[in-house]
Design a protein around this ligand. Structure first.
Ligand code: F6R
Length: 356
């Protein structure tokens, strides 16, 4: 890709507002009238009792954000499965299976589909490669329209998968009347605001993330915390940090701190908090700061850099504060550059993992 950075990853992070706009232009018109859902040949939600999302790595995280829409907005029982563990699950009929894979060639995901019993229900593939093996093996396919992603670490495909999945979910839930109109309206407004929100996050955080990376270049480990819909972005931030910087990073539901990970926190431990507006996060943060931990907070009330407080709008849609993934990606890349890592080709990893 072309852009201002020498590495693909930097350019792919920057491309996210454009990708988001492309997805919404293509899919948003089919939400309220249900034509997106029906056009994919998906069954009536009256015949579906639950949604199960399968995937690996970043695609699994995108799947968790999407599952939140079916659960929080639609009240449907949902689960998200690590694809390599799917064979150990009990499958029930009347399940909508959503298989998430950017490449569409991930062996663990293909094997998860092999583990499905007969008459399990419909499989929808959500992929950046509609001519992939996964697409051929599924009942329905949707292209997440991210365009080619060269960096091994998934960035723009994550945002594209979340938004594509959200559009499909909203389309089904609205046409089968599974949501109250006020909540649906709020989600639709939040969806439309996402491209600008991603652009604003890029502008607001580019500088601060570079500063933070310099400040924490010698930290040996990082904690990422979130609650509810914010948790999946904390998990994605920790994954990006691990794979790019080769530093230890753990994501936890903030409520779990006191059940173990708080022992890791001492003077100077960096703790990244994804703030989705849950007031209990204030208590979690106090636990960290009382032990000298350094809290870096992403959300409405955010950190002060060089004495200047920065603000991102709090986002409360049913898929959570998607925009917070931007500073987490930026930070992971900046830290990796300071540690002289190859941000496009992290060691030991491949873009498409075709062994299981
Ligand atoms: C993380 C990353 C991996 C992939 C995972 C699934 O940045 O790139 O965790 O997300 O290997 O790959 P796909 O989406 O091709 O199935």
């Amino acid at each position: 890709s072309t852009g201002r950075h020498r590495d693909h990853m930097g350019n792919e992070i920057d491309e996210q507002p454009v990708v988001a706009r492309r997805v919404l232009e293509a899919l948003a018109p089919g939400i309220v009238d249900g034509s997106l859902w029906r056009g994919l040949g998906l069954p009536s939600l009256d015949t579906i009792d639950r949604v199960t999302v399968v995937g690996c790595g970043t695609s699994l995280h995108a799947g968790r954000a999407l599952a939140g829409v079916f659960a929080r907005l639609g009240g449907l029982p949902t689960r998200t499965l690590v694809a390599s563990e799917a064979a150990h699950e009990v499958w029930e009929p009347r399940t909508l299976v959503i298989a998430m894979s950017q490449s569409g060639e991930t062996a663990d995901v293909l094997r998860a589909l092999d583990a499905l019993p007969p008459r399990h229900g419909t499989v929808l593939a959500l992929t950046n490669n509609p001519s992939s093996t996964l697409a051929r093996r599924s009942d329905a396919v949707i292209d997440c329209l991210a365009g080619p992603e060269v960096g091994v670490a998934a960035t723009k495909t994550f945002v594209a998968q979340v938004l594509t999945g959200v559009c499909v979910a909203l389309s089904g839930l609205s046409v089968f009347d599974r949501t109250d109109s006020a909540r649906l309206g709020a989600d639709l407004r939040a969806l439309a605001a996402t491209p600008d929100g991603l652009a604003a996050a890029l502008d607001a955080w580019r500088g601060p993330c570079a500063q933070l990376a310099t400040e924490y270049a010698r930290a040996s480990g990082f904690l990422f915390l979130g609650r509810g819909a914010g948790l999946v972005y904390a998990a994605e931030g920790a994954l990006k940090l691990k794979e790019l910087s080769y530093r230890w990073a753990e994501a936890y539901p903030a409520g779990e701190l006191k059940h173990g990970p708080l022992a890791l926190v001492d003077a100077g431990t960096p703790v990244f908090v994804v703030d989705n507006g849950d007031p209990r996060l204030d208590v979690d943060i106090a636990e960290v700061t009382a032990r000298g931990g350094r809290v870096i907070r992403f959300g409405e009330r955010v950190l002060t850099v060089g004495g200047v407080p920065l603000h991102l709008p709090r986002t409360g849609p049913s898929w959570g504060p998607l925009e917070t993934v931007v500073p987490l990606q930026l930070f992971a890349r900046e830290l990796a550059l300071r540690l002289h890592r190859d941000v496009d080709k992290p060691r030991n990893l491949a873009k498409s993992v075709t062994v299981s």
